[in-house]
Write a protein that binds this ligand. Sequence first.
Ligand code: IMP
Ligand code: MG
Length: 202
Amino acid sequence: MSDLSQKAPEDRPSQARLSLLGDIQRVLIDETSLNARVKELGRIISTEYAGKDLLLIAVLKGSFIFMADLVRHIEIPHEVDFMAISSYGSSTKSSGAVQIVMDLRRPLEGRHVLLVEDIIDSGNTLHYLHRIMLERMPASLRIMTLLDKPDRREVEMKVDWVGFSIPNEFVVGYGLDYNQYYRNLPYIGILRPSVYSHELAE
Ligand code: IMP
Ligand code: MG
């Protein structure tokens, strides 16, 4: 994930080209479908974790909207926490080199942990996170992701719950970004490849 704040000003997209809607080729998952699925996932969590000491951990920044909507459909007591990581690579492809930028405040030992992800692509990010979380000895560790691109997997990962399996396209919206933009779109949209084609040529 590249960070615009680390780039020289001339590399930033001009305000004029940030016509978000024109950059979307097609809506892949609309707001109604997102809401319905997130509600179902909330119900699943409420059933699966009834009576357990549940801790939901969202990985920033991409999962922030999913997490916020999800918890409002969970009907059992639970705690939320956040981790921020940075993964190296281009804006459209992670390399697998991941670094924790903001860690959890409290230990995971003995807790029932559910990791909440925005999207699993190569699986590299999740593979890394899963390993370091297991070292912290949670009572259980499971994974829920809103989106999954199974065709892109480089590392095999067991994912417990997937919101939507999607084709191999670069998507934005509902928390997901390209170069930090488009997170505010209320749907999941396919980004027009011309927006990032300069990266593909590199
Ligand atoms: P992975 O390590 O390749 O599985 O990539 C996971 C991370 O890459 C996600 O948490 C996203 O930040 C980012 N990512 C992967 N695919 C997309 C996409 O289609 N749109 C936006 N971000 C993506
Ligand atoms: Mg991202």
